[in-house]
Design a protein around this ligand. Structure first.
Ligand code: HAM
Length: 418
C-alpha cells in the first residue's frame, strides 16, 4: 500500500532513503519553534484539526477554499480539515478573550492540509508554526512579531545572508488601487480590489503579458504597478516598524518590498514574507495584520485587531538541509546495560529500571544475546556508558568514550553517570 501523494512518512534517523522525512529533524524544528516563542512570551494553544467548512469559506479567500479537503460527515455536517490555523484562532479568541489580558500572544504548531499540486516546497500536509498577537493596533506589535520571526530563523543558524523579511502593506496598495481607480473610472469595488491584490500576489510567478492583460481589465498598467514596486518608499507605519527593528539590531534582516501582498483575503494592513536570499525556495513564512477577522468570525460580537505569521516545516527543512544546518541525530541513549550472565538478569532488570527512574535513557538486551552482539549494539546506539553487573551487589560502569571504568555498589550507580 502506497501513501497518498503529498503526504509524508517520518522515520527515525538514520533514514532508510531520501524519500522519507526525519522524525528527529521534525522534533528538532518543533523544539526550536517552542523555545523561541516562549522566549518572546507567547503561550501555546491548539484547536481541532476538523472544523465546519464555513469557518474557512467566510474569509480565507478563493485560493485556499479551492484547496480544501472537505466532506460531509455521518451527522450530515459539511466539514473540512484545517488548511490554516488563523480562522480557528479567531474563533477561539472571540469565545474567551475576556479571560486573557491584552495583547494576547499565542502560538501553535498545527498540522495543516491543502489539496495543492505537489511540488518543491508544497505538499498536501505540513506543520506550521503560528504566532499571533491580538488586541494591539500599534506598529510596535508588528515589529515585535517580525522580531520573533527573525529570531526563530536565526535559532536554526540562518543569518542575514541566508534570508530576508520582505515587508509590505496592503494599505499602501489600497491607496494605489484607489487612485488608479479614480483615473480609470472603471467602477471598481471590493471584489476588484481583491482581484487586483491576487494579480500582484502572483506577479513573480506569472508571465508579464498575462499580468498586463489582467491589470488592464481593472484599469491598470504593468508599468505603473512596477514603478510603484520599484519606488519602495516606506509608509509612516512601515518606517516605524523598520526603526523599531533597527533599535534591536535587526535592520539587516528586513527590506521594503511592495511585490509582497499575500494571497489570503483577510489581511488588512502590514504584510510580510520570509524568503531565502538566493531565491531558490518558496516563501519560508508569511503573515500580516488581519484587523477585521475576529469581528467577522464572531458575527460582530468581538472586535479585536490582530496580526500573526505562519512558518511551514517543509521549506524550512529544505533550506536547512541545503545550507548544511540540520544536525544528524542518533538514538540519544545514555546507558547500555550488558547482561552477559543470565543468572544476573533479574537484578540487571532492576538496575535498568532504577536508572530509567533516575532520568537516564537506558537500553539492554531484551532476550539473551552473545556478548559481542550486545557490545556492537551499544556501539550502534552511541551510548555514553555501559553498565554490567559483576555480581548481585556491584556494577562495572564504563565510559564509552574515555574507556574509564569504575566498580560501584548497585545503589550508587546513577551517581557515576553523566
Ligand atoms: P500561508 O502563507 O498560506 O499563511 O502559509 C504560511 C507558510 O506555510 C508558507 O510560507 C509556507 O512556508 C507554509 N505552507 C503553506 N502551504 C504549504 C504547503 N502546501 N506545503 C508546505 N508548506 C506550506 C497562512 O497560512 C496564514 N494563516 C499565516 C498567518 C498566521 N497569518 C496570520 N497568522
Amino acid at each position: 500500500m502506497e501513501r497518498l501523494p503529498g503526504f509524508r512518512d517520518f522515520y527515525p534517523e538514520p533514514l532508510p532513503h531520501n524519500d522519507v522525512w526525519s522524525a528527529d529533524a521534525r522534533q528538532y524544528i518543533f523544539d526550536k519553534w517552542r523555545t523561541i516563542a516562549k522566549r518572546y512570551g507567547f503561550r501555546e494553544y491548539d484547536g481541532p484539526p476538523l472544523e465546519p467548512l464555513e469557518l474557512f469559506t467566510t474569509k480565507s479567500g478563493e485560493e485556499i477554499v479551492g484547496q480544501l479537503f472537505d466532506f460531509v460527515d455521518k451527522g450530515k455536517r459539511h466539514i473540512a480539515l484545517r488548511p490554516e490555523m488563523t480562522p480557528t484562532l479567531a474563533r477561539m479568541v472571540a469565545a474567551h478573550e475576556r479571560n486573557y489580558k491584552k495583547p494576547i500572544k499565542w502560538f501553535a504548531i498545527p498540522q495543516l492540509f491543502r489539496y495543492e499540486k505537489q511540488q518543491k516546497g508544497r505538499l498536501r500536509e505540513h506543520f506550521q508554526f503560528n504566532a499571533d498577537l491580538i488586541g494591539e493596533t500599534d506598529p510596535a506589535a508588528d515589529a515585535e512579531l517580525i522580531a520573533l520571526l527573525i529570531d526563530t530563523l536565526r535559532a536554526f543558524g540562518l543569518t542575514a545572508e541566508d534570508f530576508v523579511i520582505r515587508l509590505s502593506s496592503r494599505n499602501a496598495w489600497q491607496e494605489f488601487f484607489e487612485s488608479g481607480k479614480r483615473k480609470a473610472e472603471s467602477g471598481n469595488n471590493a471584489e476588484d480590489a481583491y482581484a487586483f491584490f491576487q494579480i500582484i500576489d502572483k506577479l513573480e510567478r506569472t508571465a508579464p503579458e498575462e499580468s498586463e492583460k489582467k491589470l488592464a481589465a481593472l484599469g491598470f498598467t504593468l508599468a505603473g504597478v512596477n514603478a510603484f514596486i520599484e519606488s519602495g518608499k516606506p509608509t509612516a507605519e512601515l518606517q516605524s516598524i523598520l526603526d523599531n527593528l533597527a533599535a534591536r539590531g535587526l535592520k539587516d534582516f528586513v527590506k521594503i518590498d511592495y511585490q509582497v501582498i499575500r494571497g489570503l483575503a483577510y489581511y488588512t494592513g502590514v504584510v510580510f514574507e520570509a524568503f531565502d536570499r538566493k531565491g531558490e525556495f518558496r516563501a519560508i513564512a508569511g503573515g500580516g495584520r488581519y484587523n477585521n477577522l475576529v469581528k467577522l468570525i464572531s458575527g460582530g460580537k468581538v472586535d479585536l485587531p490582530a496580526l500573526g505569521f505562519g512558518m511551514g516545516d517543509v521549506v524550512l527543512a529544505e533550506l536547512l538541509k541545503a545550507r548544511g544546518l540540520l544536525p544528524k541525530f542518533d538514538s540519544q541513549m545514555d546507558v547500555f546495560v550488558l547482561i552477559e550472565d543470565e543468572t544476573l538478569r533479574p537484578i540487571s532488570l532492576k538496575l535498568v529500571h532504577d536508572l530509567r527512574a533516575a532520568g537516564f535513557a537506558v537500553e539492554y538486551p531484551i532476550t539473551p544475546a552473545k556478548s559481542d552482539k550486545q557490545f556492537k549494539r551499544a556501539q550502534e546506539l552511541k551510548v555514553a556508558y555501559t553498565a554490567r553487573l559483576e555480581n548481585d551487589a556491584y556494577v562495572r560502569i564504563r565510559n564509552f568514550k574515555t574507556r574509564d571504568e569504575i566498580v560501584t555498589g548497585l545503589a550508587g550507580a546513577a551517581n557515576h553517570l553523566g
